[in-house]
Design a protein around this ligand. Structure first.
Ligand code: NAP
Ligand code: F7E
Length: 327
């Protein structure tokens, strides 16, 4: 079999790091697009990286940005990937209300730039798009591939645009392009301002005597929270299928933010009511109230099923953050 070569945008993020790990384990050569920043932002993938002079090196990083379309063309021509995993995005929903134009540029137009770079460079790679349950927004659960999109944030609107651009390039140019409509997935590598990680980090700090109060917004919102490494596996499976298609990836269960708080504090033997306080700063102008994914199609076609459910995920994350602080 010929060498499989993957290009991952967003390789420094939670999902990119798990996907890179899994692809390297399968024998892929992996290339990642990273943004130049004044401080290193590669902590999640440092354990995978070898100096490029090392004969065993199979992970290579390249500077670039999703706002720079010509760079995406030169990178594709240089790397000649067989698979492109497009995970790069301004991915924070609350932040997207403060920076709607920037979010549209990176999370929306960034996808078009990459699709167009593929078309122009004629690199025959399969394409994965990181679509999101946020696209369903106000549509009542359970949500499957046929549910209506009703985006409730600039982030979600940008993802809906990207979703349709992927469908259009598939239909117009025959690109093997898939939308993975992933519901929330978390891990010890989750960004620190998403609610699950914010909660588990605060618990570790409270247990270590470094913090007393955790300020949160809406505790009523319900989410279908799964375990990120399993969702990275679903991405890979989509690009190995016979036909390109779109898939919901989810656990099929839902818990409120308040449920997550209670389970997490209980697991650390702490009383959440003594530590959690409300701060309206964390409310959103429009909220997504209830998400429960129906991943039947992913099970039937890809043989993918969630193995880890929210209560177990809570324990994994609390234990990892406590271990990190020795608390
Ligand atoms: P994440 O941790 O926030 O990672 C986002 C990645 O995108 C980072 O590597 C970031 O680089 C990169 N990025 C941001 N702006 C960029 C730009 N202008 N040019 C190039 N790269 C840029 O997100 P994640 O949780 O791993 O999620 C991965 C993807 O899945 C995202 O598209 C997200 O919207 C989507 N998604 C996530 C979930 C979830 O529950 N996690 C669910 C559905 C869909 P820096 O490290 O430099 O910031
Ligand atoms: O919020 C509520 C908040 O920011 C979850 C992204 O990966 O998943 C993620 O988007 C819920 C919301 O994730 C705080 O109002 C309460 O209802 O952890 P989150 P998200 O908005 O669901 C989707 C699938 C993506 O695609 C996105 O990229 O928690 N909440 N208090 C809070 N949320 C935050 N962040 N901080 C709080 O203090």
């Amino acid at each position: 079999m010929s060498q499989q070569v993957a290009l991952i945008t967003g390789i420094t993020g939670q999902d990119g790091s798990y996907l890179a790990e899994q692809l390297l384990d399968k024998g892929y050569v992996v290339h990642g697009l990273i943004r130049r920043s004044s401080t290193f932002n590669t902590a999640r993938i440092d354990h995978l990286y070898l100096d490029p002079h090392d004969p065993d090196a199979r992970l290579f990083l390249h500077y670039g940005d999703l706002t720079d379309g010509s760079r995406l063309v030169t990178l594709l021509e240089r790397v000649e990937p067989t698979e492109v995993y497009h995970l790069g995005a301004q991915s924070h929903v609350r932040v997207s209300f403060d920076e709607p134009e920037f979010t549209g540029d990176v999370t929306g137009l960034g996808t078009t730039r990459l699709l167009e770079a593929l078309r122009v460079s004629k690199v025959p790679a399969r394409f994965y798009q990181a679509s999101s349950s946020e696209m369903f927004g106000a549509t009542p659960p359970p949500q499957n591939e046929n549910a209506f999109f009703y985006p409730r944030s600039p982030y979600a609107a940008a993802k809906v645009y990207s979703y349709w651009m992927v469908r259009n390039y598939r239909e117009a140019y025959g690109l093997f392009a898939c939308n993975g409509i992933l519901f929330n997935h978390e891990s010890p590598r989750r960004g620190e301002t998403f609610v699950t990680r914010k909660i588990t980090m605060a618990i570790a700090r409270i247990a270590a005597g470094l913090q007393d109060v955790l300020y949160l917004g809406n505790l009523e919102a319900r989410r279908d929270w799964g375990y990120a490494p399993e969702y990275a596996d679903a991405m890979w499976r989509m690009l190995q299928a016979d036909e390109p298609a779109d898939y919901v990836v989810a656990t099929g269960t839902s818990y409120s933010v308040g449920d997550f708080v209670r389970m997490a504090f209980e697991h650390a033997d702490l009383d959440w009511e003594k530590h959690v306080k409300f701060d309206p700063r964390y409310l959103r102008p429009t909220e997504v109230d209830d998400l429960i994914g129906d991943a039947t199609k992913a099970k039937d076609v890809l043989g993918w099923q969630a193995q880890t459910f929210t209560p177990e995920l809570v324990k994994i994350m609390v234990d990892a953050d406590r271990a990190r602080l020795g608390a």
